[in-house]
Write a new protein. Structure first.
Length: 328
C-alpha cells in the first residue's frame, strides 16, 4: 500500500506581502516571522536586504514563490547616505575604519563623478556580502578572518542622483540599478575617486521590480492586523495560560498582493473559463482577437480572477510552461 504524503502545515495562501523591513531584522528572520504570522505553508523573499538596511523586502507566499526570479531580476531603487572621510572593512558602519582623510568633496566634484557610475560599470562587491566563493558566503569568510578575494563584475546603474548635501561630511544619493549591484561599493569607490574615502551610514530600498514605495506595509501594521483577528480568551483560558491565536486572517490577507503583480513587465493573456481550465491541465490555447500577438517569448495568463500560468506565445497560441494551481 502506497504511503500518503505528509500534509503541509499551514494555510495554502498565495501572493505577495511587500514588507517595509525595519533596521536590525535580517531578511531570513523577516520571512520566518511573516510565515508564522500568516500561518503560511510556503514563503520566500525576493532579494536579501542587509540587517542594517531598511525598506522594501518583497515576501512571497505559496505559488507566488514561483515568480520570485522575475522580481529579483527587476530594477531596484535605493536611497543611501554616505559619510565622507573614512572607509571601513564592511563599507558601512558595522566595520572598523581602514582608511581616512581630512579632505571633503565639493558638490561640484561629486556631480562631476556621477556619470562614471551610471550605465554598465565594473564593480567589486564588498568583502562583507552574500557573494559565494567556493560555496561559502563572502561575509562568513571575512568574519572568520580569511582574506577574501572577490572578482569584479559588470553591473548596471540606470540612474544615480545626488539628492541633498546635509553638511560637508555627508551626502544623500538615490540609485536605480540592476541585479547584483551594491550601493555600498558605489560609496566606497566614489570616495576613493574623490580622494576623501567614504562609507554608507544609512540605506533604504524603496522599489523592487514592479513593486513601489506605496506598496509597502510595516511590521507594526501587520501585527495590528493580526491582533484584530485573534480569538478572544475567557477568564478561565487566561488563568490556564492559554495564548490567543489568530483565527480570522481577513485583516492580514488584506495586505496580500496578487502574484500577477510581480509580472507587470510581461505581456498579459486574459483567459476565458474554458481556456483557463485547459491551461491548468498544461494544454496550449489559441488566442483570439485582433490585438493578440502571434509570438511572445514570455507572457503570463490570468483567469478565474487570478494568475494561471507563465508561458510563451507561439503561432498565436499560449503555451504554458509553469502552471499556478493554488487558489489564494
Amino acid at each position: 500500500m502506497a504511503r500518503r504524503g505528509k500534509k503541509p502545515k499551514g494555510r495554502p495562501i498565495n501572493g505577495w506581502v511587500i514588507l517595509d523591513k525595519p533596521k536590525g531584522l535580517g531578511s531570513t528572520d523577516a520571512v520566518a516571522k511573516l510565515k508564522r504570522l500568516y500561518f503560511a505553508q510556503k514563503a520566500g523573499h525576493a532579494g536579501t536586504l542587509d540587517p542594517l538596511a531598511s525598506g522594501m523586502l518583497p515576501i512571497a507566499f505559496g505559488d507566488a514563490t514561483k515568480t520570485v526570479p522575475y522580481v529579483m531580476d527587476g530594477r531596484k531603487t535605493y536611497r543611501f547616505t554616505v559619510r565622507w572621510g573614512a572607509e571601513t572593512t564592511t563599507d558601512d558602519t558595522e566595520g572598523p575604519v581602514v582608511e581616512s582623510a581630512e579632505t571633503r568633496p565639493s558638490e561640484e566634484a561629486i556631480l562631476d563623478r556621477l556619470p562614471d557610475y551610471t550605465g554598465e560599470i565594473e564593480q567589486v562587491p564588498p568583502r562583507f556580502s552574500a557573494i559565494k566563493i567556493d560555496g561559502e558566503r563572502a561575509y562568513d569568510l571575512a568574519r572568520s578572518g580569511e582574506e577574501v578575494e572577490i572578482a569584479s563584475r559588470i553591473v548596471t546603474v540606470h540612474r544615480l542622483e545626488l539628492l541633498e548635501r546635509p553638511d560637508d561630511d555627508t551626502a544623500v544619493f538615490e540609485a536605480e540599478c540592476g541585479k547584483g549591484t551594491y550601493v555600498r561599493a558605489i560609496a566606497r569607490d566614489l570616495g576613493r575617486d574623490l580622494g576623501c574615502f567614504g562609507h554608507v551610514i544609512d540605506l533604504r530600498r524603496t522599489a523592487v521590480g514592479a513593486f513601489e514605495e506605496e506598496d509597502m506595509v510595516t511590521l507594526d501594521e501587520l501585527m495590528e492586523a493580526a491582533d484584530e483577528g485573534r480569538e478572544e480568551l475567557d477568564e478561565e483560558q487566561v488563568e490556564a495560560g492559554a495564548t490567543a491565536r489568530v483565527t480570522d486572517f481577513e485583516p492580514l490577507d488584506d495586505y496580500v498582493v496578487d502574484a500577477a503583480e510581480a509580472l507587470s513587465d510581461l505581456y498579459e493573456v486574459s483567459l476565458s473559463e474554458e481556456q483557463a481550465s485547459r491551461v491548468l491541465s498544461g494544454n496550449p490555447v489559441l488566442l483570439r482577437g485582433r490585438d493578440a500577438p502571434a509570438f511572445c517569448e514570455e507572457a503570463f495568463a490570468t483567469g478565474h480572477g487570478r494568475l494561471i500560468a507563465i508561458g510563451a506565445i507561439e503561432q498565436g497560441s499560449f503555451h504554458p510552461r509553469r502552471v499556478f494551481g493554488g487558489r489564494g
